[in-house]
Every structure is written in C-alpha cells, then in structure tokens.
Design a protein around this ligand. Structure first.
Ligand code: ATP
Length: 358
C-alpha cells in the first residue's frame, strides 16, 4: 500500500460544517504535501446525512472495508442528532472507532496569542479512552448499554476492561515520554471503586515500564476545577471515555472554544482517523463562519503520526510545515474566523494557512 512518498487517505466530510472544513483540511494538507514531495491520494467517500439521501445509509455498505485498505482517513463532524429516524440513519463514528479498534483519542489543547485564550502557554493533551466506559452506543457487542426495564427506571452500564485501560495508558505514557514526562490519571475511584479502580490499577501497572514519566492522580471533579485554575500544571492527561469527552471540551474553552479542539483516533496498528472534537455546528453551517483550525490540525496530526509510524519523513515534514503555517495564520486577525477574534471566514483562514506554508 505505502511506498516511501505515498499515502492513500479517505476524506469523509460528515455533516453541516464538515462540508466546509474537511475540504479546507484536504486543501491545506495537499499543499503542504506537495511542498515536501509527499503524494496524497485522497479518496472522497459519502457518510452522514447526504449519504443517507444518496445511498440509503449514513454509513453506506462497504465503507469500512474500503477504508481498511487505505492508510487512514479524515472524518468530518457528524450531526446524528438531526438524522431522521429510520434503519439507515445510524451514528457512524462510534462504529468506525470500534471497527478499526481506535481505542485512544488524542486531544491536544494549545493556546495562541490574541485569539481569546484564557491563559497563555497552555500546552496539554487529553487522551480519552474511546470505545468503552459509559458510552452505550459502543460499549456492547450487541444491543446498547442503556435500557429501561419499566417506565420509571433507566439503567446505564459502564464498561471498563483491563485490556483497554492498559492500552490507552500506554498511548498516554508514550506521549508523556516524548513531552514533559508528566502523566495525570483522572478518575473517580473514591466512588467507582471497581470501575475507576481497575482503570487506575492498569495505568499504574503500565507506568512501571516508564520510570522516566512522573505519574500523579486527580479526581475528576477536582480536575474540572484545576483545568480552569492551573492548566499549566498538566502535560498529558489520561482518562476514561465520558470524563475525557467532557474535560476535552472544557479544555477547548481555555483556548478559544471548540473551533480550536483537534483530535486523532489511534490504535495499535498504523491506521488512524483524524476527527475534530467539536460537533457539526448546524447553527453556522453554510455561512462560511466555521473555524477550520480543529479539522486542519487533526489532519496535520494524522500526517505526522502516519509519517512516524510508516517512516515517511516527507509526511512528518509536511505536518511540521502545517504546524508553523497555522501558527502564523492564527496571528492574522483579518484572516482568522470570528470565534477566535478574527474578521475573516473559513476561506480566508484556509488561504492564509496555505500562503504561510514553507
Ligand atoms: P456534539 O455533541 O456532536 O459534539 P455539540 O452539541 O458539542 O455537538 P457543536 O456542533 O460542537 O455542538 O457546536 C457547539 C457550539 O460551538 C455551536 O454554537 C457551534 O456553532 C460552535 N462551534 C462548533 N464547532 C465550531 C467551529 N469549528 N467553528 C466555529 N464554531 C464552532
């Protein structure tokens, strides 16, 4: 599949602003790739609401099998809450995360000057377990982990396994090792003695192989407060699925909001999915106001990760160019979008990034 300078990547727009920010990401990544002699063969594929209209399913048959043959893919935000009720209208992204065993969701938070960040110099990464926990649409093989025995009772099942806890811990430990060597385990084992207890136990076991990484623990409610008060005290944070979902949106709030919240879903192999943390923002879709940063940065993370995993220096170099160019364009108030104190739009911000590529 891959030779030294070639990547095959799926481009799946998703819904609403996905139709604006995924093409923007493809444009930026393609320009960076060209500069560094990397050939990206983009394969656009339908998913989400438009796929329901054209193919009768939000996840058309054969999509997973086709993606499997590629090196990875970019998935735009999914607006599943607005899907009409019906057999073909499913939320595709939990299925994708599960199918490709993308058990770790790596979500960085970085501040930039003048865009409305609450603090300067924030640089942390939340690693969220992706496939179990309280998420009922993915924590069961069959059926869903939420049920209602009578009209008065609802039960939600939370799944924690030793294997997934260890695997996500190792991703976080590797990241911490490559950064400031500090890992914070976030949990609530004071109450969830067995579930969070198992998660914490497995994290500590894995950490024995990383004596160079300092590991500490913070209870999730305290973490919600400390993220706001002293985000500089965190380097890499690892936590279970739902806590990670909530904390990563909170972290985005520190640095300009959801438009600044990228993510990369990874597993054990060398296949990954770029997926921004935010939703499909139907309120601003089609208006040109969507901030493409999160999606572009997610795509950049995909190139960097694939480049390192598959030993493609051109991909790593293209990712570095994207990083520098994005930083420069974020300094351009006339180009960047309104959510981050700019007077530009999706197109002007994207163009500014491409212009800054070196
Ligand atoms: P989900 O639960 O699917 O993650 P959500 O309920 O968090 O979705 P979003 O669609 O992420 O909702 O949007 C929340 C708010 O943030 C909306 O007002 C939206 O306009 C804004 N927003 C989200 N993403 C962006 C973006 N890339 N650029 C600008 N604004 C955004």
């Amino acid at each position: 599949m891959t030779n030294k300078t070639h990547l095959v990547l799926g481009a799946l727009n998703g819904d609403d602003i996905g139709h604006e920010i995924v093409p923007a990401s493809v444009e930026v990544a393609s320009a960076a790739a060209k500069l560094h002699g990397l050939n990206i063969d983009w394969r656009p594929m339908p998913v989400g609401r438009r796929a329901l209209d054209t193919h009768g399913s939000t996840l058309p048959e054969g999509t997973l099998e086709t993606l499997q043959k590629m090196d990875g893919f970019v998935l735009g935000p999914i607006g599943h809450r607005d899907y009409p009720k019906g057999p073909g209208a499913i939320n595709p992204h939990p299925i994708m995360r599960k199918h490709f065993n993308l058990f770790a969701n790596v979500r960085p938070t970085r501040s930039y000057p003048d865009i409305g960040c609450l603090y300067d110099n924030v640089d942390l990464i939340i690693v969220r377990e992706n496939n179990e926990g309280f998420q009922p649409d993915r924590n069961m093989l069959l059926g869903i982990g939420e049920f209602r025995p009578t009209d008065e009772i609802t039960l939600s099942v939370r799944v924690i396994t030793r294997a997934a806890s260890e695997k996500v811990a190792r991703v976080a430990l590797e990241l911490a090792r490559s950064r400031r060597k500090l890992l914070t385990l976030v949990h609530k084992n004071t109450v969830f003695k067995l579930g969070c207890g198992m998660f914490v136990e497995e994290c500590h076991k894995a950490a024995k192989d990383y004596p160079d990484v300092t590991v500490n623990e913070v209870i999730v409610d305290t973490m919600a407060m400390r993220l706001v008060r002293d985000p500089h005290n965190f380097d890499v944070v690892v936590t279970t699925n739902m806590f990670g979902d909530i904390l990563s949106d909170e972290a985005a709030g520190l640095v300009g909001g959801l438009g600044m919240a990228p993510g990369l879903c990874i597993g054990e192999g060398d296949f990954a999915m770029a997926q921004a943390t935010h939703g499909s923002a139907p309120d601003i879709a089609g208006s040109g106001r969507a901030n493409p940063y999160a999606m572009i940065e997610s795509t950049r993370m995909l190139l960097d990760w694939l480049g390192r995993r598959k030993n493609i220096p051109q991909a790593v170099a293209a990712a570095k160019s994207m990083y520098l160019a994005t930083g420069e364009a974020l300094g351009n108030a006339a180009a960047r979008t309104g959510d981050i104190r700019g007077s530009g739009n999706t197109a002007s911000f994207t163009a500014a990034i491409i212009k800054a590529l070196k």
